[in-house]
Ligand binder design. Structure first.
Ligand code: CA
Length: 306
């Protein structure tokens, strides 16, 4: 964004099921600078033909074998598959460009009668190619070859932030934290005695009608994280705790009973993929609503690798 008003437009295909509760969101981050947004429209446009051969990002499980394989310069990958054959003794497998430049030169793979798991590590030494191809060369011998569970995973070591959640003790007030109060709710969020205090007059009609969150938590595939916090409420109530990405896909989804006596809560989650997430405390409608005016205090929040 610049200091002058600019026009932005994006097009997308609605490939998911019809969603009557979809919403448009502008996430303007934690910056305190003013942002002006106007003339917002969502319009249906004539659909352009979907190109089934277009390059696509990695699947949610980390697999690059999809359609149009994206190989990035300098990244480390491992190619995995299962193969078997009664009569044919070997096949070859490789990765190359549409023009036939070899990224992973053809490798000989011995075949057995029973399924055998093959694993071939390689590093993309050449320029990023979003249209790479995975090629199995099956030769000219007669017989039947069976392939299954073909996966290409990016296994480049990453520097993992061991404690991605910041200011969980609220010593810097509400720095790093955000909050949201829907129009059907009434609540104030402030830092009191180095803890977060949510003074809720009306909790609204939705679980997320009152929420406090910290975004920007990059959680890494294969890592187990421990989520801890202390909470109390002047009136006993349930509170939902989630870790979710921008598409509201939940990696953690828990409901805890919060009482006037402060208690410590602890949960674990293991990430199947690397994703940018937010930890959210949902303090809107819950079973037991309406609760009446109450204060919820949250402190000593941490998200750490196990
Ligand atoms: Ca504190």
């Amino acid at each position: 964004m610049t200091t002058d008003v600019q026009t932005y437009s994006m097009t997308f295909d609605m490939t998911e099921d019809t969603d009557l509760a979809a919403r448009l969101e502008f996430n303007v981050g934690l910056s305190t600078a003013g942002v002006q947004i106007g003339n917002v429209r969502v319009e249906q446009t004539p659909r352009e033909a979907l190109d089934p051969n277009a390059t696509k990002p990695t699947l949610g499980d980390g697999n690059h074998v999809y359609n149009g394989i994206q190989l990035s310069e300098g990244r480390e990958y491992v190619l995995r598959f299962k193969a078997k054959s009664e009569r044919i003794k070997s096949l070859q497998v490789g990765l190359n460009s549409l023009d036939g430049d070899a990224y992973l030169p053809l490798q000989d793979v011995g075949l057995t009668r029973d399924f055998q798991s093959i694993e071939i590590p390689f590093t993309m030494g050449q320029e990023t190619d979003l249209f790479s191809q995975l090629q199995f060369v099956l030769g000219s011998a007669k017989g039947e070859i069976t392939l299954d569970d073909v996966q290409l995973l990016d296994v480049t070591p990453v520097e993992v932030d061991l404690s991605p959640l910041k200011n969980g003790s609220f010593t810097e007030g509400l720095t790093q934290w955000g909050s949201y109060v829907h129009f059907d709710a009434q609540a104030a969020v402030e830092a009191v005695n180095k803890a977060a205090q949510l003074s809720i007059t009306q909790e609204g009609q939705e679980p997320w009608s009152v929420l406090m969150e910290q975004g920007g938590l990059e959680l890494h595939a294969g890592q187990t994280y421990v989520v801890r916090f202390d909470a109390s409420s002047t009136v006993a109530r349930n509170m939902e705790v989630t870790i979710e990405n921008a598409a509201y896909t939940r990696y953690l989804s828990e409901i805890v009973q919060v009482t006037p006596e402060a208690k410590s809560y602890e949960f674990e989650l293991t990430m199947g993929q690397t994703d940018m997430t937010a930890l959210k405390f949902l303090l809107g409608r819950t079973d037991g609503s309406p609760i009446g005016a109450h204060d919820v205090t949250i402190d000593n929040v941490s998200v750490t690798t196990k």
